[in-house]
Design a protein around this ligand. Structure first.
Ligand SMILES: NC(=O)c1ccc[n+]([C@@H]2O[C@H](COP(=O)([O-])OP(=O)(O)OC[C@H]3O[C@@H](n4cnc5c(N)ncnc54)[C@H](OP(=O)(O)O)[C@@H]3O)[C@@H](O)[C@H]2O)c1
Length: 339
């Protein structure tokens, strides 16, 4: 079978296409023929060596994907041949709160990922995908989708009438926008591009703020909420956004600490504005299998479709990663294994 692997050298251009034997499922494992994978900002970090600069063995990157069960190991009875499944991002986080040990079980680093024609995964680390989504759409769910669900629904306990701010128009942000609309919230999107803001409005955003033209976007959020502030802010920017997220929050509001699109260290962080707002800052690390299944149930019973920007064939995986790197996409970049 064909795989892509990081083999001794970092960088998209150094990613190697190679042949490996099709793996054989052991007890409680299943063999999956991959249909599609989707890309996340994290995959670029893994391939560039940012996540594990000391990587000493070869690694198959990419955490998110969907495929079809083609063979069952001994004692595997949770799935049947032909089922469409996705691997959960953190393979050992099934339910409840995570433990430190869970973090070493994430797909695409440190565990081998899904940029391979076949993969073997434990049946405990799989979910059925929503039947009403195509493979391309379902491939986008495991990281960006579950993260947004965890942030707004599991931790944020969002309700109709709430105001939600989502930052940028990347993968997590567009899922958060769509989930917030499913729950009847008002959504404010920030973006560097007016064109992307218009597209965000087409999929339900109520207001858009161009954070390049309006760097003090927190003041614009306060103006849009008549001085009250937003109930939930999905903070994806990190360095450049966290202080403003606190300024834009209502008293008792909730900030999901998720990303570092502009860096992970926050200069000049002052806890007083957070205290004055009795801000709830909740860090998010993707989510459990229970959360993934709850999200899939909601998707199955809604009209929700993930936003897909583009689909590349498996043979052009490197082009797909280069395109992701440019940052001009709106929605998820997907790689399809089907001809
Ligand atoms: N903690 C977790 O569990 C978790 C899970 C998933 C992702 N993440 C992290 O969350 C972040 C987002 O991930 P993603 O996959 O959604 O990324 P992505 O798809 O690559 O998002 C890219 C978009 O982010 C926006 N952006 C960049 N800098 C910004 C800034 N200073 N302020 C506001 N928006 C900005 C841009 O939107 P415009 O082009 O519209 O300006 C850009 O298109 C990344 O840092 C990722 O590592 C964390």
């Amino acid at each position: 079978m064909k795989v892509y692997e990081i083999n001794g050298e970092f960088g998209i251009d150094r990613l190697k296409a190679s042949d490996r034997p099709i793996p054989v499922p052991r007890s409680n494992e299943v063999l999956i023929k991959m249909h599609a994978v989707s890309l996340n900002a994290r995959d670029l970090g893994v391939i560039d060596g940012f996540y594990n600069p000391n990587l000493s063995t070869s690694l198959i990157p990419v955490s998110d994907g969907v495929g079809e069960v083609v063979s069952l190991g001994e004692n595997s009875n949770k799935f049947k041949i032909g089922d469409r499944v996705s691997g959960i991002f953190t393979q050992s986080w099934i339910t409840g709160e995570p433990t430190q040990q869970n973090w070493v079980s994430t797909l695409g680093s440190p565990l081998n990922g899904l940029l391979a024609e076949f993969v073997v995964l434990p049946e405990e680390g799989l979910v059925h995908v929503p039947e009403r989504l195509t493979d391309i759409e379902a491939a986008t769910l495991p990281c960006a989708g579950v993260t947004a669900w965890h942030a707004l629904i599991e931790e944020g306990k969002i309700k109709a009438g709430d105001t939600v701010v989502v930052q940028g128009t990347g993968g997590v942000s567009l899922f958060a926008l769509q989930f917030a609309k499913l729950y009847g919230a008002t959504v404010i999107v920030t973006s560097s591009s007016d064109e992307k803001l218009n597209r965000a409005k087409e999929i339900g955003a109520d207001f858009g703020i161009n954070y390049k033209q309006t760097p003090e976007w927190d003041k614009a959020v306060l103006a849009l909420t008549e001085g009250r502030g937003a109930d939930h802010i999905v903070d994806l920017g990190g360095s450049a956004t966290l202080n403003r997220s606190i300024s834009a929050l209502r008293v008792g509001g909730h900030i999901s600490l998720i990303g570092g699109l502009s860096g992970f260290r926050v200069e000049g962080f002052d806890i007083i504005p957070a205290i004055v707002r009795k801000a709830r800052l909740q860090a998010i690390n993707v989510g459990s299998r229970d959360m993934f299944e709850a999200m899939n149930f909601a998707i199955e019973h809604s009209r929700f479709h993930p936003i897909v920007d583009s689909v590349y064939p498996f043979e052009r995986a490197v082009d797909a990663l280069q395109y992701l790197m440019k940052g001009s996409y709106f929605g998820k970049v997907v790689i399809s294994f089907k001809q």
